[in-house]
Design a protein. Sequence first.
Length: 118
Amino acid sequence: MRTPDEIRIDATARVLTLRWPDGETQRIAHAQLRAACPCAGCRRVRLAGNPAAAVVVSPDVTLSGIEPMGYGVQLSFSDGHARGIYPWSWLHALGRGNPGGEAWPPSFSPGHLPEASQ
C-alpha cells in the first residue's frame, strides 16, 4: 500500500497537498474532496444519478480535521461532514483526476453499496 510521505492542509488556498514516495506532489481542493466523499450516504446519492438529490458543496468549504485510519484518512469539513474514510489509493487516483475503477478498494467499488444502518 502506498502512503504519502507528507500531508499538508493549506487553509488559505483550500487544498490538501500529498507528497508521495516517488516524488509526485498532488494538490486536491477541499471542495473537490468534499464533493467526492466516499461515505455510503454520499456515494449512494452520486450513483443514484438524481441531480435534484445531489449534495451541493460550497466552494468555501474547508478541511477542519484529518485523522489517520490505517489504509487512509478520515477528513472532517467545515460544513460538519466527517463520515468518509478516504483510502490512500483513492486519494492518489483523485489527485490524478481518476477517482474510480481499480483505485477503489473492493468494499468501496462503485457497484457495491452496503446498506447504511440508521
